[in-house]
Design a protein around this ligand. Sequence first.
Ligand code: BG6
Length: 472
Amino acid sequence: MNTSTPFPPSFLWGGATAANQVEGAYAEGGKGLSVQDVMPQGIVGPRTAAPTPDNLKLEAVDFYHRYAEDIALFAKMGFRVYRFSIAWSRIFPLGDESEPNEEGLAFYDRVLDELEKHGIEPLVTISHYETPLHLAETYDGWTDRRLIGFYENYARTLFERYGSRVRYWLTFNEINSLLHAPFMSGGINTPKEELSDAQLYQAMHHELVASARATRIAHEIAPNAQIGCMVLSMPTYPLTPSPADALAVMDFDHSNLVYGDVHTRGAYPGYFLRTLGEKGIELEITDEDREDLTHTVDFVSFSYYMSVAQTADPEKKVAGAGNIMGGVPNPTLPASEWGWQIDPVGLRLVLNQFWDRWQKPLFIVENGLGAKDELVEVDGVKTVIDDYRIAYLNDHLVQVGEAIADGVEVLGYTSWGCIDIVSASTAQLSKRYGFIYVDRNDDGSGTLERFEKKSFGWYAEVIRTNGASLTR
Ligand code: BG6
């Protein structure tokens, strides 16, 4: 094994999950309903009026009761960081109360106790696609300015309670998905087809203000806290070398980069103002909003699963599978079983792009391969021989090393769904990302027992050697 490694000694290796995909216990501990509790088919199907038994997220993988066992397994792999989200509706069941639910707060105290016991650094997502349902149904989610105040109250409660124990915070998961998945991402109840661009951009503005205000408050309450934004990254290639396709790439990039631009620079960039002007939209922006926006983040975090290509040719604009952001498949790349194109080099490219543009430390907080796994028995032990997952992660991590060698400052890497969880887009359990197999199936059957996959030992070795064991 080559013992040299580009990863700094402080590199935070770990894994990531979100409350709604892992916890279950959807109506325990005083928790209110969230938008996820009425999304039994993820974003691919319609929402329901109330929770239905076919919604796997209601029980998910029962982390709510098994967190100690699960965190012990993360510790066995050597995790230095664990990213999880706090379920907003555990803390404020309706979302608009002034006083929090103590039982909900106490649950995350216990999770933090367990992490501390194992020396694992927490990385907390404040809002991960789980807006309280009441805020969606009563206020139409983030289209309403009052959401800023409700989020402020929620974030302040978290900083006051956990600010001395949690260093790394993320304000909104994949904030740039809002325009594409308004109900899941923004708790916006009005069907997408009925929403005007003006409503969507106003909702985006409200989230950006809330994020900046939370950053300011965190810095006041918890001076050691590091606040990050979180964006869905989607490196983009022109389908052909034509200038028209290159311009299509620029426009698509701008539509995603605007979120990071505002979070790191504190104001809207010119290209975005041009878009608003051309659409005839005048955002309602108060003086207080402008002041809030100047409170910029300490680091930028992002998810990375795939890249796309862009074209200016309307006839070639055929969307790729599983991609809510738009773009067309790249003919040079293979794809996962769910049609997500696999492109490790794209990760190096996006790390360089974000670093060159924002000069803020970067944190890769989601990356991984959703795949069908088969539980087998080897020497009497149940496991999954997931060489495909090992290959995917290895190749992506090699590219992270390349970016670090390029001079990019990378704080850490949390592999998505480090334990099998319910998928966000399709709400399936069979789309597995974990190092830990959970015995639960798409029809809800299974014992919920946990088993270590082959990738479990592989990742433990990557962490132990600080990346030197990766195959280049
Ligand atoms: C990201 C989300 O978009 O992708 C996660 O932040 C999600 O919540 C992940 O689970 C993978 O997507 P999916 O649909 O395979 O679960």
